[in-house]
Design a protein around this ligand. Sequence first.
Ligand code: HEM
Length: 248
Amino acid sequence: MPKTGKFIINSAKEYKNRSIDNRSEININVPTLAQRLEFSIAVLNRLLIGFVTFYMCWMCLRLKVKEIPFHALFCTVGFVFLMAEGLMAHYRSNAWSQLCYRPEKTRLHWILQLIGSIVGIIGIGIKICLENKHFYTIHGVLGLVTLILCLVSLASGLSSLYANELKQRLQPIINKAVHNALGLCTFTLAMLSMYYSFETEIFMDYSLDAANYMDFRLLMQIMICLILILSSYGPLWCFLYSKIWKCC
Ligand code: HEM
């Protein structure tokens, strides 16, 4: 039955009339301090991801179509926005996946990771096609390793999705731990590459004017470090406390 206003008012009256003992039973669902902290971390992370994504999209899309640096645009949306959201899909404190059960969270996780990887890979592909000289900066080399790891990580994701079917050949726990570790490495390298992207000529040419440039660049780099830490503490925790760790 849908919850009408009348229904809610009646429930509130009912709640008021309950004895104090009964109320303490209901209070069991009140979030703990740790849960509140986790929720605040997720909100902070989302604000940081939102700021970096919106700023980079604004920086790229306000230009004339011919000048738009699609590499920067696609890589930011794919690796920073979609991949970080995909990583957070399994979090208890993640607002939008709160209402989902585990299989739905898993589906959302792999869909976001797949789309994020495809968008990011297209972004890298665009730059490789445009450049004459390849992989000559820290940013470019880190980006290349990200690309390779991203492909391996997608393959490991597929094997992890079919962990039960493959259990004769590979223990599911190892299968999932390998995917977890590869996913973490890919995201870490993508964020490191993103960190150095703020030192490239695209950011220098199209970002804020010279007077504020260094401060703003530093701010963006700090934000990327925070996004890396706040998005990956979940999978890292999971990996450290997996049964593999306990066996060692
Ligand atoms: C995680 C996101 C990113 C990844 C994985 C990535 C990856 C790459 C790769 C692999 C290259 C080398 C292409 C080649 O040499 O053929 C490259 C070059 C380049 N990227 Fe990115 N990129 C990312 C984000 C960005 C952003 C946001 C910007 C701009 C603000 C940017 C600006 C550049 C520039 C100017 C080059 C050419 C010069 C150089 O290699 O440093 N990239 N990127």
